[in-house]
Design a protein around this ligand. Sequence first.
Ligand code: SIN
Length: 564
Amino acid sequence: MHEASARYLVAFDTFRLPHHLTEVLVLGTGVAGYAAALAAAEAGARVLLAAKGDPAQSNTAWAQGGIAAVLPGTADTPAAHAADTLAVGQGLCDAGLVHEVTAEAAERIADLERWGARFDGEEGTTGEGEGASGPSARGLEAAHSHARVLHARGDATGAEIRDVLAAAAGRHPRVHTWGGAYLVDLLTDPDGVCRGALLYSRGHLRAIWAGAVVLATGGFAQVYRESSNWPGASGDGVAAAWRAGAALQDLEFVQFHPTTLYLAGVPRLLITEAVRGEGAFVVDDHGRRFLLDHDPRGELASRDLISRAIMRHLNRPDVAGVYLDLTHLDAARMARRFPGVVASCRAHGLDIARDRIPIRPAAHYTIGGVRTDAQGRTAVPGLLAAGEVAASGLHGANRLASNSLLEGLVMGRRAGREGARRAAAVKPAPIGVRHAAAEAAAGVMDADDLRASLKAVLWREAGIERTGAHLTGAHAAVAAWERFAWRTPGDAEARWTLLNMLLVARLLTEAALTRTESRGTHFRRDAPQRDDARWLARLVHRRGEALAVEPLAAPAALVTGGPR
Ligand code: SIN
């Protein structure tokens, strides 16, 4: 019988598997994965860049919002950007890292422009706010003290960044990109050092041996029924890192976005908050702007407050739906400014000039993940992590809008350089790793039903508003399902993905239950105040250990030494 937390998801013997050697293995093709691959290759390493599906698909490619960066020649400063990030993070950011990342932003934007990125500059495709124009017009977004958010192609900043990074990686002779390669597990030696990964491609397991592995597999917002994320955001990298011995931190902090398109059968497409910045109203089916009852800023209040207000309003017996209303705005300007949003609405029969757009909040960004230091190193030697899969300490208890693409660029580059440095000292070599767990018994549980139940329970009990009683029930349910999910028949990749989602959901609910206060994105109805005396602390999961509460004054318990 499988344990819910077995070290590996599958039985295997590396001496019997086809294998491949590379200096640096990068897993994931979002902004952090590409940035890591390019940095490692530029530092001289041979890089294998693997994606579990189509390398063109990721949360980065879906990102409508922009990238925050202070460029030279403005009244804004990196120190102001850092102060805004720290204020939103509510005491849980790593202040040193925040200052480093915000100071590095202009250089990373220059890299993108050198690779061919074009940021919006003309009227109609500029960001809102201080009305800047020119090659890089800057938008003002919630909780930013200055207009510093760059956009590209109106509402397709992530796609522009992904495209230029993918093209640069494609041109690089030392980067080889491999799509359709699913991460099953990380391979560690008897000393706990990461030596490579077990990937699954076209129905076969393969061992990839590397001097260093960079995880850039993204977050896990797909554990929620309502999610703005691409379908692949299922936490595979977070779960594999935990099984390999890495520390996970801050899993209770999940950012919910208030406005995603809500039509049955249609993916929950994000509708960027810049649409509200342009003057869109949030109304109920009676046409009432009810957000003004909650906050004088109305549609421009914080994401958390708006999400909570919408969910409470929807619970009223006299309210049937909540909508974004753009009908009073200049439709031609909206179409120029938000071509993706307007086209998606049109594709589903909604005309923004005439129709209200049905919306709901959705899980948008998972702040917690694999704990890293400022160079992307995890507690497992040889394993680095960057981007949404990681908890670097940049975001704290909440994420400042448009900081995540920046984090991916900066931390991906650091992890890639660190990976190349390590790979120069540690040559990849096959080692014997064997796992003899019995194969899953077939035909007992229904995977689709388990997945739907997991997503429904997380949304209901561990979502925008939480209570101890509901989290206790959710945690118990998820832990029970995790034991049975080994017995789902059919597609192995689907079963592993479900097991990863269940593992991450169990750890998330445990952390949310433990943190008996409200801070940042974590709102407890039964403990609505922030409690610095008790909870200026990180919650850290390590395999085989009880959840640790680590006060922030204590030094981070990280293994950050050089190659072993
Ligand atoms: C948005 O544009 O509303 C989302 C941007 C972000 O999540 O940073």
